[in-house]
Design a binder for this molecule. Structure first.
Ligand SMILES: [Cu+2]
Length: 71
């Protein structure tokens, strides 16, 4: 399954990498593709991960999660 996160606060390629890495290091995340232009991350999950866990990972990295939806 995939989820899409809308993220505020990313301003450059470093932010994109930072968000991507913070998501990819979670257990159960297979891949995370982050778009600076679209202000979003598309996360591929090997198992269902609670939205709150994804949100916390991004917010711990210093960015704000506006919304999460299932794709
Ligand atoms: Cu940046």
């Amino acid at each position: 399954m995939k989820k899409e996160l809308l993220i505020e606060g990313m301003s450059c390629g470093h932010c994109v990498m930072h968000v991507g890495n913070s998501l990819k290091e979670l257990d159960g995340v297979e891949d995370a593709i982050v778009s600076l232009e679209d202000k979003k991350a598309t996360v591929t999950l090997k198992e269902d991960i609670a939205d709150a866990v994804l949100k916390d990972a991004v917010e711990d990295a210093g960015y704000e999660v506006k919304d999460i939806r299932n794709l």
